[in-house]
Design a protein around this ligand. Structure first.
Ligand code: CMC
Length: 431
């Protein structure tokens, strides 16, 4: 990985430190500062990690300028069109596309783990009915470590594998049950003769009183949403999972930490925030007012579903999502959907505005996903749980990769301390 001919030399306070430069398969070179403190006595300062690689990885690559997202080298648009979610899960977890036999075996392993321990129902029932499904998911996924003791030993590769399969298999059941509990309907058990996406739709929308037919086009759209969210390199929630795991925490606790991080509106919570924003705008004539607010430095408002830390050209997931939104609304006979009208007009006006062009702000994956999910019948509170469900495989793959790396150590950033220097305690009567 190190290019022997490439180093950077740092001169400071009479000291010279030679820093190796690491060359990735693709993407910009990486300056290796691991010895910097030991040899130079200084730390690097990079809040928000805008210039910092926190690990090495072979799973996902993003070229933000080109608008390219590769999983194990395969472009996301090809995977979204030709593959399906469980095949992409296999690819992310094991590094290669499966053969037909490998895929069948993997799908069987997932299917055999979709049920939850029956006792876990009481966890759901302990929440208030108006609890946000993300709050339920953080709690229930964390609680899995109290139910599946035989897959919490991270030193045992077999237990790691079982935990991975359990998390991917049970997450749709957990998300669907959080939804059912929230709406006051009975829990629907998984059915193993259905594919992953159809099973999830059925657990969300079926009721015991009547048969439920899964529409194959909606199931395909659901599967595509899962695929588009499956992994995204070292984003905030994935880095949270890696940091939690670096202390040796069990897999269920680590994934619960990832779900908690994903919930924020700057990350996975943006899909809910975006649809709420589009509804608040309401009609295309109000768009200029919201664009003006987004540009106003004194107003904290931002256009939700716009901008990305890494993509500075376009988000390739948003392109596929936009096509899917058109297909789903067409299928459901929802013509002239007012939210979609506002979304399309907002996208057009923002892209023509120099503020957004200069700052390289484009619609991201969350801009169109909410429109599809709402058309399918999901309330906005389910958007982020569906993102969490989809991203579980990414978190699990990155967690496994980290644990398999013999060099991994606890994550422990340093700081630029700006508080008081040492001072003596003063008795209260003298303050
Ligand atoms: N609307 C208006 N201005 C924006 C926006 C926006 N959505 N996003 C960034 N800016 C401006 C920001 O004010 C700043 O301006 P200036 O340089 O004048 O101070 C500049 O663009 C750079 O913004 P930043 O906050 O330094 O960029 P970042 O890389 O730290 O943030 C982001 C990336 C995604 C958090 C941000 O673009 C944002 O808040 N977007 C809205 C929330 C959103 O849609 N999040 C979903 C991200 S994709 C899915 C996921 O990862 O979960």
């Amino acid at each position: 990985m190190t290019d022997k001919n490439k180093t950077a030399t740092l001169h400071m306070d009479g000291k010279t430190v030679e820093l190796p430069i690491l060359s990735p398969t693709v993407g910009p070179d990486v300056l290796d500062v691991r010895k910097l403190y030991a040899e130079g006595g200084v730390f690097t300062y990079d809040p928000g990690y805008t210039s910092t690689a926190s690990c090495d990885s072979t799973i996902t690559f993003i070229d933000g300028d080109k608008g390219e997202l590769l999983h194990r080298g395969y472009p996301i648009d090809q995977l979204a069109e030709k593959s399906h979610y469980l095949e992409v899960c296999y690819l992310l977890l094991y590094g290669e596309l499966p053969t037909a036999v490998e895929l069948e075996d993997f799908e069987t392993r997932i299917i055999r783990h979709t049920m939850l321990h029956e006792q876990m129902q009481y966890f759901f029932r302990g929440f208030r009915r108006d609890a946000h499904p993300m709050a339920i998911m953080v709690g229930v996924v964390g609680a899995m470590s109290a139910f599946y003791h035989d897959s919490t030993d991270i030193q045992d590769p077999w237990q790691r594998e079982v935990a991975s399969i359990r998390l991917i298999a049970k997450m749709p059941t957990i998300a669907a049950w959080a939804f059912k509990y929230h709406t006051g309907q009975p829990f629907v058990y998984p059915r193993n003769d259905l594919d992953y996406a159809s099973n999830f739709l059925r657990m969300c929308f079926a009721v015991p009183a009547e048969e439920y037919e899964v529409n194959p086009i909606l199931s395909r759209a659901m599967d595509r949403i899962f695929t588009l969210h499956a992994d995204h390199e070292q984003n905030a929630s994935t880095s949270t999972v890696r940091l939690a795991s670096s202390s040796g925490a069990n897999p269920f606790a680590c994934i619960a930490a990832g779900i908690a991080c994903l919930w924020g509106p700057a990350h996975g919570g943006a899909n809910q925030a975006c649809l709420e924003m589009l509804k608040e705008i309401g009609t295309p004539d109000r768009i200029p007012e919201f664009i003006a607010r987004a540009k106003d430095k004194n107003d904290p408002f931002r256009l939700m579903g716009f901008g990305h830390r890494v993509y500075k050209n376009f988000d390739p997931r948003a392109t596929v999502m936009k096509q899917s939104a058109d297909e789903v609304l067409d299928l459901l006979g929802i013509e002239d959907n007012p939210v979609l009208q506002v979304a399309k007009e907002l996208e057009k006006q923002a892209l023509e505005d120099p503020y957004f062009a200069d700052k390289k702000l484009f619609p991201n994956v969350d801009f169109y996903s909410g429109i599809i999910l709402e058309a399918m019948g999901f309330p906005t509170s389910m958007f982020t749980p569906i993102f969490a469900l989809s991203r579980t495989v990414g978190w699990v793959s990155q967690w496994k990769e980290q644990l398999a790396d013999p060099q991994h150590k606890i994550g422990r950033p340093r700081q630029l301390y700006l508080g008081s220097a040492r001072r003596d305690y003063m008795d209260i009567e003298n303050r």
